[in-house]
Design a binder for this molecule. Structure first.
Ligand SMILES: C[S@@+](CC[C@H](N)C(=O)[O-])C[C@H]1O[C@@H](n2cnc3c(N)ncnc32)[C@H](O)[C@@H]1O
Ligand code: SF4
Length: 365
């Protein structure tokens, strides 16, 4: 995978701001200058070109914010610049995150015409009271009609749902899953509601997993289920420590070069990013420990886990110096971690404790 790269495009604007959202976003500016924004995205590509010009692009992920409010002509110009200038894999995945209220037939056709082939809808919930609580601009009816509409144009349609909302218990969330699994979708991401340090209430039970497995959705990474063959290629690449670059304010990327990983971060200051004459990026070579930490966190987020051999590669055959093997055995005894065919992976319970497990794995001997 050394010769491949993914591109993340960050569109930071939204129609309105949800109070619970911690992403890098702003309320849409009425006087938005599309020409300047185009110049800045292209400037980002040009600045980063030296890291990826020799690699094949395997996926492009358009996220945000709310990229479904983005002017499609602007998106077309950015994508065409990428398609014309760089090497693109024949089956490149081009995916966009959308808000259900923005999904109209005309837009779906336009998306298809500019090469988008995967669409994800931020449904969040099929309960009108939950959607009202979240302050969303869509209701259950619109969520469902957008899913059906999208699936007519995009075989590869997915949704996001949030669990652990106030007033939601195991039963009500199970009902959401039972409803969702019958819809014409190939991918479901489940995010635990995070707001003002709310305590976790683990509504994502084994039962939910079984309910989805009954309909052939399998968990492939900590938050996402997919029908076989419909896993997000972008997610898989980033979690697998493959190369990716990020364009747009706040976007980041990671490129492997000569046994090192370089993290390249774009400015989070919108004013700085919006000057097409400036280079808004900062780069940092990851230390061995930081690279290892990232490898463990991302790799163990995948249900297939990490390859033990890769640990040796990353530590220049000095894994004993960085990894606490005694703790690995203890975690295995507690059935939080398993080892099979040269790979280490977390159990369902272990997935919820990933952060503390990683600090255990890295702890000094
Ligand atoms: C970039 S966000 C939003 C995409 C799109 N603008 C939308 O709102 O539908 C991607 C996903 O993160 C999840 N998310 C955002 N804030 C969250 C929070 N505070 N707790 C849990 N999930 C959250 C939502 O499921 C959302 O669809
Ligand atoms: S629309 Fe999406 S990105 Fe924008 S504030 Fe709401 S959750 Fe965040």
């Amino acid at each position: 995978m050394k010769n491949s790269v993914c591109i993340y495009i960050h569109w930071p604007w939204c129609e309105s701001i949800c109070k619970y959202c911690d992403y890098y976003k702003f309320k849409k500016d009425k006087n938005i200058n599309y020409l300047n924004i185009y110049k800045c995205f292209i400037r980002d590509l040009k600045v980063l070109e030296k890291y990826f010009y020799d690699k094949t692009i395997t996926s492009i992920h358009i996220g945000g914010g709310s990229p479904s409010i983005m002017n499609v002509e602007l998106l077309r110009k950015i994508l065409e610049y990428i398609y014309n200038k760089y090497q693109i894999e024949e089956n490149v995945e081009v995916s966009i995150e959308t808000n259900p209220e923005d999904i109209l037939n005309k837009k779906l056709i336009e998306y298809k015409n500019i090469g988008i082939n995967r669409l994800n809808l931020g449904v969040q919930s099929f309960s009108n009271s939950a959607l009202h609580f979240l302050g969303r601009n869509h209701d259950k009816k619109k969520a469902i009609s957008s899913i059906f509409n999208s699936s007519k144009h995009f075989e590869n349609t997915g949704i996001d749902l949030i669990y652990g909302l106030p007033g939601q218990d195991k039963n009500t969330f199970e009902k959401q899953i039972i409803f969702a699994r019958e819809l014409p979708i190939k991918h479901i991401s489940l995010y635990e509601f995070e707001y003002k340090n709310k305590l976790q209430n683990n509504l994502f039970s084994k039962k939910n997993k079984l309910l989805l497995e009954e309909k052939k959705f399998f968990l492939y990474e900590i938050n996402s289920f997919a029908i076989k063959g419909y896993q997000s290629q972008y997610n898989i690449s980033v979690l697998g420590m493959n190369n990716y670059i990020g364009i747009g304010p706040s976007a980041h990327g990671r490129i492997s070069k000569e046994n090192n990983y370089i993290k390249i971060r774009n400015s989070k200051i919108l004013k700085e990013w919006s000057n097409p004459k400036e280079n808004p990026y900062k780069k940092q070579i990851l230390s061995k420990v930081n690279a290892l930490e990232e490898f463990l966190l991302l790799g163990l987020s995948k249900t297939e886990g990490i390859c033990i051999k890769k640990l040796e590669e990353l530590t220049n055959s000095q894994s004993l110096k960085y990894i606490n093997f005694k703790n690995i055995d203890a975690l295995k005894d507690k059935k939080l971690l398993f080892e099979k065919r040269g790979r280490l992976f977390l159990s369902h319970k272990g997935m919820f404790l990933i952060n503390s497990i990683i600090s255990n794995l890295l702890a000094a001997n």
